[in-house]
Design a protein around this ligand. Structure first.
Ligand SMILES: Cc1cc2nc3c(=O)[nH]c(=O)nc-3n(C[C@H](O)[C@H](O)[C@H](O)COP(=O)(O)OP(=O)(O)OC[C@H]3O[C@@H](n4cnc5c(N)ncnc54)[C@H](O)[C@@H]3O)c2cc1C
Length: 473
């Protein structure tokens, strides 16, 4: 019953000899993860790809205002990494050279959840422990060496430029910080990847189109993050997660390793229990968790940054694909279309899968020899890519009483009960843990959790007294 995620089957030749362009120019609004991955794909189908970003893009890995979330722990899940590795085969080598460490999510990741400590056995689900800045910088630098792709920074898109009859988008107006405006016209495809704060709804409205319906599911969670020098000493884990769970455990945290022998320590508070951003409060929040492992690890570690807070963690989905009227040659992807509560670390991986969905649609258009009808197909494919991760994340958020923005339906409750059982089983069996990890890493669709090897066990736990978590402290 389980299915390998469909992306893995797609052809990704990147073979320049067979290059028959779908158009001369594509532009991407936003040069963060979704925009970068889209640009990589677009370069296979257009003669020229221009990536516009309102920030000044740093030459090396470094913080920038447009992605404040980069200061917080960022894990590229195995499902996302698999796609990124196909688009950028040298990524592993490059990240490792820069000091990233590999993490097997079974053996290297100590995870404490409602059912206790998860089993520590090699899972084969391996990702890189590195900063988000390093990841983005590697991809940006690689793309910058592609002669078809150019970056135009300090260029905030203000509006979309329509064709004379208003039926399609054919460019964008950008403004620099100094106030200079410039029109980029004659584009064959415009991709908005400008993140949660995208102005796509108002851009559409100003062209005479309807705004999309927007669903916001907010569990009132917040992050506080501080970076530490990794203390010396023996530990049997490389990364550590102390989960939150309903109804009582509203304080959680993550220690995630990064290049330069650093730890990114992100504390997470649910239901308005916001982690403090002062040093004493931060430590106290870490101390008041169900296990002392995270607190003990950081209490005498050397901080190397201030503490950064982040509160815009709601799930936000814009139903662009439901609009009856839509301008041709304009698509929206990444967080601009669907942003997730990052506690499940799906955003970058969903962007990667969305890039593959874009690739598949453009490949079909290329086979047909035309972009006619492609815009709608792309919108639909992007929406399908976000549907399962959206369901998984909102089902989890709807466990919290404070969550607003969606009605708890019977199928949410059913899914929650089933997932509770899966989680309990996962704590007692390395094999069940691996299956569950595969789904959370977007390597398989959620239906993999209904595989008989798991569902029969789930039924058994419902009929008997349940399972005994391994849970060694
Ligand atoms: C606190 C936090 C933690 C997260 N942790 C994880 C994690 O562990 N794993 C994971 O996979 N994902 C995580 N995410 C999600 C992840 O950051 C995003 O999903 C991912 O970056 C893809 O987003 P994006 O590229 O669509 O938009 P963004 O990353 O938000 O980037 C938008 C880009 O558009 C530019 N821009 C904005 N407006 C304009 C404009 N008008 N004109 C030109 N440029 C513009 C910005 O400068 C920026 O470069 C986290 C998010 C948050 C908030």
């Amino acid at each position: 019953m389980s299915e390998r995620s469909d992306d893995s089957a797609q052809d990704l030749s990147g073979d320049d000899e067979s290059f028959s362009p779908l158009g001369a120019t594509a532009i991407v609004i936003g040069g963060s993860m979704a925009g970068l991955l889209a640009a990589r794909v677009l370069a296979e189908f257009f003669e020229r790809v221009i990536v516009l970003d309102r920030d000044r893009l740093p030459a090396d890995p470094g913080a920038r205002a447009g992605v404040p979330q980069a200061r917080h722990a960022h894990a590229l899940l195995a499902g996302g990494l698999a796609v990124v590795e196909r688009l950028f085969p040298k990524i592993g080598e490059s990240l490792t050279r820069a000091g990233a460490t590999t993490i097997d999510w079974g053996s290297d990741f100590a995870v404490h959840a409602a059912s206790g400590w998860m089993p520590r056995a090699a899972s084969g689900i391996v990702t890189y422990g590195c900063s988000r800045d390093l990841l983005e910088s590697f991809i940006r630098r690689t793309l910058a060496s592609n002669s078809k792709i150019s970056f135009v920074d300090d260029s905030a898109v203000e509006s979309l430029l329509p064709s004379s009859d208003g039926s399609r988008v054919q460019g964008a107006r950008v403004r620099s910080r100094a106030g200079r405006t410039r029109d980029i016209v004659g584009c064959d495809l415009v991709v908005d990847a400008s993140g949660r704060g995208s102005h796509a709804p108002s851009w559409l409205a100003s062209l005479g189109y309807d705004r999309p319906r927007e669903i916001v599911v907010a569990s009132h969670r917040a992050y506080a993050t501080r970076w530490f020098a990794q203390p010396s000493g023996a530990r049997n884990w490389k990364a550590l997660l102390q989960s939150t769970w309903t109804p009582d455990v509203t304080r959680g945290g993550l220690i995630y390793p990064a290049e330069g022998d650093r730890w990114c320590v992100t504390l997470s508070g649910a239901e308005h229990h916001y982690p403090p951003v002062d040093a004493e409060g931060f430590l106290e929040f870490a101390r008041r968790q169900p296990t002392s492992v995270l607190y003990e690890a950081i209490r005498s570690a050397r901080p190397i940054s201030r503490i950064y807070g982040f509160r815009r963690l709601e799930n936000r989905r814009r139903l662009f694909h439901h609009l009856a009227r839509w301008p041709d040659r304009f698509v929206v992807m990444g967080d601009a279309a669907c942003a997730f509560n990052p506690v499940f670390a799906q955003g970058m991986s969903v962007s990667a899968r969305s890039a593959m969905a874009l690739h598949a649609c453009l490949r079909n258009a290329q086979r047909r020899g035309s972009l006619a009808g492609a815009t709608r197909r792309i919108l639909g494919a992007l929406a399908r890519t976000t549907a399962a991760p959206w369901f998984m994340t909102t089902v989890e958020d709807l466990r919290w009483a404070a969550t607003e923005g969606a009605t708890r339906r019977w199928y949410h409750r059913l899914a929650q009960r089933y997932l509770d059982r899966v989680s309990l089983l996962a704590s007692s069996s390395a094999e069940s843990n691996r299956r569950s990890l595969e789904v959370w890493h977007l390597l398989r669709g959620p239906t993999a959790l209904l595989h008989p090897s798991l569902s029969i066990e789930v039924l058994r736990t419902l009929l008997t007294k349940g399972v005994r978590p391994l849970s060694p402290a």
